[in-house]
Structures are given as structure tokens and as C-alpha cells.
Design a protein around this ligand. Structure first.
Ligand code: C5P
Length: 414
């Protein structure tokens, strides 16, 4: 019972995902929470207040201008709440909260409460990526809202993309973990929590693996990256409680459970996936071995050797994803890149740090095959724009990932 004695005010706004909220209420109650539902007018078009009254075992609130036995209802709910959860949260409600508008019961509670704040955005992918929404989401982060999703998936509008509300199971798990962490921190016990959930609520984007740049329908240019380092980073971020988006080239390893895996082939597809995911991200780690060049004109049919004795393929430059993120309007507060070098290691890495506007570059000596590409081990030096230079011993990539997060996320972690 991770939520025993906790009072949760659960705000429902007018998104199709509202139909999933009875399951969330049930799950929260099964963890011991007392759940009070508040609905906006448009939420009632998607789910009946009566259903939620029956499941929550409390009256459902939606009128601002009313009193409850002489008490002012939005103040009463705001004060009693240990947590305020808004799920699903529409772009409209998010915009109101970002601007301090209190024109209904739910948004008035938001202004009056000191409870822990959780929000589960759910909307069409274009609405989610809209610059105004991105700005509002960023503001909510600054106001200490913990984000629950959204995830990539098939949306109610028929499009596949980012904007799907996380499942009730995920939402409940996250809320429980947040309280568990708080209880562990506030207890006098010296015992360490099993997993440090210091990235709870943080959105982390990681690119991993090689890209494949097509020559014709059956051939492509690629490189030796196995994806192991990027997947180890995704695993570590996930263990620390982050909402992880792993944007991966084609690799032969399994992604950790519970990360949002977006598989791509080419550098251009990787860039598109990164920029779509970027709004409201806290951390970006460019670990992919992105091809620097792609074929200018991809042959529509298989190139035949009978037709020619020599073959010249013209290459053009690919976009630099890390550099794009480093200079992007939605640049996350922490940007980390990798530099796989064979010569002039430190000098090249420092140049990249500056050119790509990264906070850290993880320098990776790939001149020897027992570390770096395709190995389970790595030996790296962490170079920070703050002047940090930390050499890590050769160790398994999982341990390197742990150290990278410990060192580089100071100031970002909860
Ligand atoms: O410039 P170089 O390719 O050596 O830089 C390596 C770093 O930049 C890595 O973090 C890699 O993921 C990133 N990168 C990128 N897009 C490219 C080339 C590299 O994001 N086109």
C-alpha cells in the first residue's frame, strides 16, 4: 500500500483518454489512496461523473461557484490534497495553468494548492509539438509539475505519434514511486533506497546505434556501432525513474522495458524523431554513431555490376543531430554528446563540446577493439564545459552509464 493515507485530487479534462480514468482511480485506491475526482465541463462529454462517483466512493466535483457545507470548495480540495493529478490534461488546461488562469474549479485548485503536482498530457501530436504548447509545458516544468508521459503511439485522431496518455498502470506506478521516494528521504533510516529515483519526472532522450544510409533498395552505408552504450544509458535512466525516449538505429539488442523506443534507419529520420520528442525534455544524450554523409541520389533499383566497371557514389552531408539539439529553441538544460576518436583525442572532443553547444562530451578512445565499438566494456573521459575532466577506468558499459548519470546530472536531479 504505497499510497496509504494519501489524499489525491484527480482532475479530469476533456480528452478521449478520460475513459481510462476509472481504471486509474481503482489502481490508486488499491494502493491505499483516497481519491477525489474533479471534472471540467468538457470531461463530462467523455466519461460520466456517475461512473467516477461509484468508483471513487466520493461525490464528483466540477462547479467552482458552489460551497460544500459552508466551505469554499476549491480551497477545501486544494488544502486536503497530498497530490493533485491531472489526467488526461488537454493543451487548453495546460495553457491555462501555465498562465495562472483560474476560470474553473480545477484550475482554481491548481492555484490554491501546495500538493505534489502531476500532469499527464494527452493530445494530437501536432498540438503537442505546437510551439505555444511546448512553451507552456516548459513553464509547467519550472512550476514543479511532474510529467507523466505523454507517450508515442496510435492517437485517437488516427495519427501515430507523440501525445498518447500513459496507461493507468504507468501513471499509478509513477505516482507511487514519487511518494515512496519522498518517504524514504524523510525517514531517519540510513538504508539506501534500492534504486535511486533521482530522475523521476524527467524526460530523457537518448540516441543510440548506427544509422543506415541507403545506396539502393538492398545496400546501405553504415558503421560499427552496436548500440550497447546507448542502451546501457537508457537502462540506467529508466532505473532512475526517468521517462526515457530511446531513438535507435538498427541494432541486435533488446531495449529495456518501459522505455519509449523509436526505431529509425537514417540520420534524417533520427533527427525528425529527436526534434518531435524534444519539447519539454530535460536531458538529451547523443550516443548514436550518426553517418556524417548520405548518398545524394539513392538508386530506385538495385545497381547492377554488369553495367559499369567502376562506380562513383556522390555523398552529401547529413544533419548533425547533437549540434541541432545544442542550438535548438527547445534545447534541454543538459545536453551530452559522445566523441569516438582515434587521434588527438582531447583536442577533438573539446572542439566538439564548443561547436555543438554541449554541456559534456564523453570521449571514447576507439583505436583499440577491447573497448568502444561493439565491446561490452568502455573507457571514457568525461569533459565538461565547466572545465571538468574525469577519467573513468575501463569498466562494463552499464557501470560507465551509471557514472555518466551520477557525474553529469548534478543540478538536474531531484
Ligand atoms: O562530430 P562527431 O560525429 O564526431 O560527433 C559525435 C557526437 O555527435 C556524438 O554524440 C554523435 O551522436 C553526434 N552526432 C550527431 N549527428 C551527426 C554526427 C554526430 O548527433 N550527424
Amino acid at each position: 500500500m504505497k499510497l496509504a493515507n494519501k489524499k489525491i485530487v484527480l482532475g479530469i479534462t476533456g480528452g478521449i483518454a478520460a475513459y481510462k480514468i476509472p481504471s486509474l482511480v481503482r489502481l490508486l485506491k488499491s494502493e491505499g489512496a483516497d481519491v477525489y475526482v474533479v471534472m471540467t465541463e468538457s470531461a463530462k462529454a467523455f466519461i460520466s461523473p456517475l461512473t467516477l462517483e461509484a468508483i471513487s466512493e466520493h461525490v464528483v466535483y466540477s462547479d467552482l461557484l458552489t460551497s460544500d457545507n459552508g466551505t469554499i470548495i476549491h480551497i477545501k480540495l486544494a488544502q486536503m490534497a497530498d497530490a493533485l493529478v491531472i489526467a488526461p490534461a488537454t493543451a487548453n488546461t495546460i495553457a491555462k495553468i501555465a498562465n495562472g488562469i483560474a476560470d474553473n474549479l480545477l484550475t482554481s485548485i491548481v492555484l490554491a494548492t501546495k500538493a505534489k503536482l502531476f500532469i499527464a498530457p494527452a493530445m494530437n501530436v501536432n498540438m503537442y509539438n505546437n510551439i505555444a504548447t511546448a512553451k507552456n509545458l516548459k513553464t509547467l516544468k519550472e512550476y514543479n509539475w511532474q510529467f507523466l508521459g505523454p507517450e508515442c503511439g496510435s492517437l485517437a485522431c488516427g495519427i501515430t505519434g507523440k501525445g498518447k496518455m500513459s496507461s493507468p498502470e504507468e501513471l499509478c506506478k509513477y505516482i507511487c514511486a514519487s511518494f515512496t521516494k519522498e518517504d524514504a528521504n524523510s525517514s531517519q533510516s540510513n538504508e539506501k533506497p534500492l534504486v535511486k529515483q533521482d530522475l523521476l519526472g524527467k524526460k530523457v532522450i537518448i540516441t543510440a546505434g548506427p544509422t543506415q544510409e541507403p545506396i539502393d533498395p538492398v545496400r546501405f552505408i553504415t558503421n560499427k556501432s552496436s548500440g550497447k552504450m546507448g542502451y546501457a544509458l537508457a537502462n540506467e535512466a529508466q532505473k532512475r525513474g526517468a521517462n526515457v525516449f530511446l531513438i535507435s538505429g538498427q541494432v541486435n539488442i533488446e531495449a529495456p522495458n518501459n522505455v519509449n523506443l523509436i526505431k529509425v534507419d537514417t540520420a534524417e529520420q533520427m533527427l525528425e524523431a529527436v526534434t518531435e520528442t524534444l519539447p519539454s525534455a530535460d536531458i538529451f544524450i547523443g550516443c548514436a554513431a550518426v553517418a556524417d554523409y548520405r548518398v545524394k541520389e539513392v538508386n530506385a533499383t538495385k545497381i547492377k555490376k554488369e553495367n559499369t566497371d567502376s562506380l562513383t557514389i556522390e555523398l552529401i552531408k547529413n544533419p548533425d543531430i547533437l549540434q541541432t539539439v545544442g542550438h535548438h529553441i527547445s534545447r534541454p538544460p543538459l545536453v551530452i554528446g559522445f566523441a569516438a576518436e582515434t587521434n588527438d583525442l582531447e583536442l577533438n572532443a573539446l572542439k566538439k563540446l564548443e561547436k555543438k553547444n554541449a554541456d559534456y562530451i564523453i570521449l571514447n578512445d576507439v583505436s583499440n577493439s577491447d573497448k568502444g565499438f561493439n565491446s561490452d566494456y568502455n573507457k571514457v573521459t568525461i569533459l565538461g564545459k565547466n572545465g571538468d575532466k574525469i577519467e573513468l577506468e575501463k569498466s562494463p558499459k552499464s557501470e560507465i552509464a551509471e557514472k555518466i548519470f551520477t557525474i553529469c546530472t548534478k543540478g538536474i536531479t531531484n
